[in-house]
Design a protein around this ligand. Structure first.
Ligand SMILES: [Zn+2]
Length: 211
């Protein structure tokens, strides 16, 4: 199974990626993780990338595509893989096509803006141990206090309502066109995010034709 996972921030993409990775025995590959690995390797490439990121620059499509390409040649990808966070642009999608990698399905997890804002703005993170909570879905025993270490719970900078709106518009601008791109190729399937996790998992399996 060769899958691409799409979905706005807050749609629970990471959780579904973990679930599908286990279910199909394929690695969930995110560009974020690839970049961290390349940097941690301490190679010349890693040093160059770290410098670029530290100076606040975005990585070029070319660089990202090259890193993904290398990652997909590894042993654990021989039965398939799931790409999470790549491609992010039409250019990257075309580059993936050029690699002659046949994708089986592109799964888009959908959630209304209202639901996304509610989910993200309710998230809290421990200042100390970074444990995560949600004021409604996963509240700490004592409001504002971490169950694990007693640390103070804070709202992450990128979960502020204004920032969330920004992240969503960036998503719609750059990633939504990917949906049409893959729809034309007949690869797009969609699943609606549900309130309860087991329900979302079922929607996802249904979309993939597994149930
Ligand atoms: Zn804590």
């Amino acid at each position: 199974m060769k899958l691409i996972l799409l979905g706005p921030p807050g749609a629970g993409k990471g959780t579904q990626a973990e679930f599908l990775s286990e279910r199909f025995g394929i690695p969930a590959i995110s560009t974020g993780a690839i970049i961290r690995d390349v940097i941690a390797s301490g190679s010349d490439e890693g040093k160059a990338i770290k410098e670029r990121i530290d100076s606040g620059n975005l990585l070029s499509d070319e660089t990202v595509v090259e890193m993904v390409k290398n990652r997909l040649t590894k042993e654990d990808c021989k039965n398939g893989f799931m790409l999470d966070g790549f491609p992010r642009t039409i250019n990257q999608a075309k580059a993936l096509d050029d690699m002659e990698i046949v994708i089986d399905k592109v799964l888009s997890i959908e959630l209304s803006d209202e639901e996304i804002i509610k989910r993200l703005s309710g998230r809290r993170e421990c200042k100390n141990c970074r444990a995560s909570y949600h004021v409604e879905d996963n509240p700490p025993k004592k409001p504002g206090v971490c169950d694990r270490c007693g640390g103070e719970l804070i709202i992450r900078a990128d979960d502020n309502p204004e920032t969330i709106k920004n992240r969503l518009s960036v998503y719609y601008e750059s990633t939504e066109p990917l949906k049409s791109y893959y729809e034309k190729k007949g690869l797009l399937v969609t699943a609606r995010g549900q309130k309860a996790l087991p329900d979302t998992k079922r929607e996802v399996l249904k979309a993939l034709g597994e149930i």
